[in-house]
Design a protein around this ligand. Structure first.
Ligand code: SF4
Ligand code: SF4
Length: 160
């Protein structure tokens, strides 16, 4: 998918940004990382390709910036959209591959481990939770759903 910045600027109201900095000032992820929300919006609004910026992936999508923006810029929605484009280019943190693969294999980003099974037993719970991972039919449907959004091909490409 190509980066169509004019459409992004229009669809997410980036042109309305007056660079007040309220988004950056209220961004919890910005306190702990290099994420500068105002700068990302400024660059995208100026027609600069931001898809290679690692900072895009520091956003936790908490929506604080979008809720507080005085101009109604769809800040978080824009970041999520830009990340989707970046991922299609193969630009995403490789650490996510492990979680995505686990989700595909088991429907769970944190698959059941022997240790967790043991703790469940100690708590009087069944060893295995009644989730999709333990229902072959549901798991197969779930995998088809993931395949339909092409995420599996993205993973394979990224692993080459
Ligand atoms: S809060 Fe809104 S107007 Fe202010 S810098 Fe951020 S995006 Fe721009
Ligand atoms: S949605 Fe992302 S950019 Fe906005 S405040 Fe939350 S972490 Fe920061």
């Amino acid at each position: 998918m190509a980066l169509d910045l004019p459409s992004i600027i229009k669809n997410f109201d980036l042109r309305k940004c007056m660079q007040c900095g309220k988004c950056s000032a209220s961004c919890p992820a910005g306190f702990e990382s290099n994420l500068k929300t105002r700068m990302i919006i400024y660059m995208a609004k100026s027609g600069i390709d931001v898809l290679d910026l690692n900072e895009l992936w520091s956003c936790t999508t908490c929506y604080t910036c979008q809720e507080r923006c005085p101009k109604g810029v769809k800040v978080t929605d824009a970041i999520i959209f830009l990340r989707n484009l970046a991922a299609r280019r193969g630009n995403f943190p490789r650490i996510h591959l492990t979680a995505i693969k686990a989700i595909y294999d088991t429907s769970n980003g944190f698959p059941l481990t022997p240790e967790i099974s043991k703790i469940r037993s100690l708590l009087g719970l069944s060893k295995e939770p009644a989730d999709v991972a333990h229902n072959e039919e549901a798991l197969s449907k779930f995998r088809r759903l993931m395949e339909s959004i092409d995420i599996i091909n993205m993973i394979r490409e990224a692993q080459k």
